[in-house]
Every structure is written in C-alpha cells, then in structure tokens.
Ligand binder design. Sequence first.
Ligand code: AMP
Length: 214
Amino acid sequence: MTKQLILALSKGRILEETLPLLADAGLRPAEDHGASRKLLFDTNLPDVKLVVLRATDVPTYVQLGAADMGVAGKDVLLEHGVEGLHEPLDLEIAACRLMTAGITGAEPARARRRVATKFVKVARRWYAEQGIQAEVIKLYGAMELAPLMNLADEIVDIVDTGNTLRANGMEPRELIATISTRLVVNKAAMTMKHDRIMPLIQRLESAVAARTPR
Ligand code: AMP
C-alpha cells in the first residue's frame, strides 16, 4: 500500500458540491479541475491526491484499494453494494430521493409489473420486499421515456424537484430511499492509514456541521 492518500471523487453535479466542502476542510486541488482534462490531481496537502471518476466507478476503486477514500451518492452505493467499505460520514450534499414513478393517473396494468431503471439491484430488492412481481429492465439513461414508449409500466429513478417527471407526464409514487452523498473509506486503508485518514474525516465532519446548523 502506498504512503499517499488517494481520494476518488464523483464527476458532475456531485463534484461541483464536493470541491467547496473539501476546501472548507482544508483540501484543495493544486490546479483548477475545470481548466484541464486531467483526472488525477495533486492537492495543497503533501501526498494527498484526488482522482475524478464516473460516479458508478467510485465504489469499485475504493473497494479494491486503488483509492483509499471516495465520495459517492448513496444511490450508487446501494446499487453497487458496500462490501469492503466503511461509510463514516454523510456529506449532506446532492440530496434527492430514489423513487418509483409512472404515468400520471395510470394504474399498473400488468400483474407482473415492468420496471425500467439503471438501479436494477435496488429495484429488484424493493419490489420483492413489497411482494410485487416485477420484471426489471436495465436502462442507461432517459428512464422517464420508458413508460411513454410503452417499454415499462414504472421507472425507478432519482427525483429532486420532480420537474423532469412532470415534464414527461409522470408522477412520483413510492419512496425507496432518501439519498445524499457519502464519504466511503477502504476498510484496509482505514486500519493501515488510520493516522492520515482520521484527521481528514474529522475536518470534513466539522465542515459539514458548519454548513448545517443543528
Ligand atoms: P428533478 O427534475 O429536479 O426531479 O431532477 C431529476 C433528474 O435530475 C433525475 O433524472 C436525475 O438524473 C437528476 N438528479 C437530480 N438530483 C440528483 C442527484 N442528487 N444526484 C444525481 N442525479 C440527480
């Protein structure tokens, strides 16, 4: 295991909210991430590097120890599984809900409901827990198109304001999980790099607490 500490960040919406939080915790990329196509960055802290990944790849990097720590949405963690990972901190950013949704006012017609989603494991588990027979269809994007195109009766997707659903004639139905962004740590790294990881977790914890007065 290398001496340096690698923190894997999720690209996109989460990244834009993560960087200010990291800055509050005293960790900054050494250069402007937006100005370069680089994905691996030095930081102001010696031996701490940032790597920017597709959100769904973050748990894989951390689980396998290629990164020591990661920042990932709970939706991604629920779908991926958290074996080999500690989840010490809720960063309380990019909050949203994982929900079922369908065409407004429409009753699910089939006895065996067709569900389109990119969260196939979460969806299979949730429908089974509800005692609803479901055929889960994996999609990679534009879930809200599936009921309109008669590919599915329902979708399982992230809902924030609900505007995307409404714009497509759909309504949110059941809440599966409330989602926010979490800090995850490789279990072996947590033991072997404890002295380096703990202060960073503590500074992040203070930064989160400073933003959300309780
Ligand atoms: P909204 O129209 O505000 O309900 O946003 C819904 C869409 O935005 C979903 O299809 C998601 O892909 C995306 N979205 C909203 N919030 C988040 C989030 N916190 N994390 C990831 N995707 C999100």
